[in-house]
Design a protein around this ligand. Structure first.
Ligand SMILES: Cc1cc2nc3c(=O)[nH]c(=O)nc-3n(C[C@H](O)[C@H](O)[C@H](O)COP(=O)(O)O)c2cc1C
Length: 368
């Protein structure tokens, strides 16, 4: 049904316009009490056995929406209604900015992938903090806030820009993510080098603590799949050393391996970050490497090419306590999380593990 609609309507529209249209419908539905109750019952049936505790937070399950879909925190209830167990908003930058010129989002339907060079289009930390502060949640969900650097801010002043966002947004975040891995802000990914990352994470931690008083907001870093293996290890070591709460692996890739046969070469050549199915292998590899290095000392969030319950299950076995997705939501539609949850519950039941927590990292701890 959704696939038919997708082929008939969305593929004829510009991908960014289709996103705004779909998101408007989701938000509208969530504003009408009787409809949202009905929608949540149909789309987000709960499986008590999937209940997850991570980062000191309780969630209905392990499966959330990755950053970038709701950049300005305008539709958290609607996304929760669709069954996401947590919603990561952002990336939010210190200052508002328009992002890159359009067209900047491209579909690679045959590859079940997207290329984007949005460039952190968002309303800025002040506006998003005000929106979160005045929010009256309808559905109880965990809200992560992902922060990044304002493009116009010089690389030498990056820390101050992140600190500004952290101070404003940490009070409204269940967890905070330092994004140093989007390929669409020049120089951003250089912040993944430990010499740059150490002072950045230290300053954001202090800013968040100043802003939240008694409540300690969990702090995570989101990394790129394009890091060399030694650099993945270095980030894991640094995260453990700094007492960071978690790592999100991974963002989109600048690689284009394995593409070009199914999707038009002209689209494959577009600059930006590639997400969806082609990212699956490398994201899983990075996750497994992080777990092998840091084990249970930090919480890992697996993202990149997750399309099915089996993909989500594989991430858990590779070390992820939480799993996220974005691109497959575009291709699978509103019944996606329901299918993932149902399949995860079935896999857990058929496995030797009593709980999801017992399954986390099992493949790395006991390789076949
Ligand atoms: C259109 C689009 C916009 C995105 N924007 C952001 C963003 O602002 N911040 C971020 O950390 N990740 C962003 N991402 C990356 C996703 O959060 C995710 O890490 C990546 O797409 C891999 O997951 P997927 O294969 O399930 O899509 C974006 C992805 C897409 C497709």
């Amino acid at each position: 049904m959704y696939k038919f609609f997708f082929d008939l309507v969305f593929t004829r529209m510009d991908p960014e316009q289709a996103h705004h249209l779909a998101f408007r419908w989701i938000r509208l539905l969530a504003r009408i009490p009787v409809l949202r109750t009905f929608a949540a019952a149909a789309l987000a049936p709960r499986h008590p056995e999937l209940r997850t505790e991570a980062l000191g937070l309780r969630m209905h399950g392990p499966f959330g929406l990755a950053a970038g879909f709701d950049k300005n925190a305008v539709g958290i209830d609607g996304l929760s209604m669709l069954g996401f167990d947590h919603v990561e908003i952002g990336t939010v930058t210190g200052e508002a900015q328009p992002g890159n010129p359009k067209k900047r989002l491209f579909r690679l339907v045959a590859d079940r992938a997207l290329i984007n060079r949005m460039g952190f289009n968002n309303e800025g930390s002040l506006a998003v903090a005000a929106r979160l502060a005045s929010r009256r949640p309808v559905f109880r969900t965990v809200v992560g806030v992902n922060i990044g650097k304002t493009k116009a801010v010089a690389e030498a002043d990056a820390v101050a820009d992140y600190v500004k966002s952290a101070e404003r947004l940490a009070p409204h975040a269940d967890y905070l993510v330092v994004n140093v891995s989007s390929p669409n802000t020049p120089g951003l990914r250089d912040l993944q080098a430990t010499e740059a990352l150490r002072p950045l994470l230290g300053a954001v931690r202090e800013a968040a603590d100043r802003a939240t008083g008694d409540r300690r907001v969990p702090l995570l870093v989101k990394i790129a799949p394009d890091l060399a293996d030694e650099d993945v290890d270095a980030v894991a070591d640094l995260a453990v050393e700094l007492g960071l709460d978690g790592i999100i692996a991974t963002n989109t890739t600048i690689a284009r391996e394995g593409l070009g046969l199914r999707s038009a070469p002209s689209v494959v050549k577009e600059t930006g970050g590639l997400s969806g199915a082609p990212l699956k292998g490398r994201s899983l590899e990075v996750l497994r490497r992080l777990y092998a290095r840091a084990g249970d000392r930090i919480t890992l969030v697996g993202v990149g090419g997750v399309e099915t319950a089996e993909d989500a299950w594989q991430r858990i076995l590779a070390g992820a306590t939480l799993v996220q997705g974005y691109s497959a939501f575009v291709y699978e539609g509103p019944f996606w999380t329901r299918a993932v949850h149902k399949g995860l519950a079935a896999r857990l039941k058929a496995s030797p593990y009593a709980t999801l927590a017992d399954a986390v990292g099992a493949d790395v701890r006991n390789p076949a």
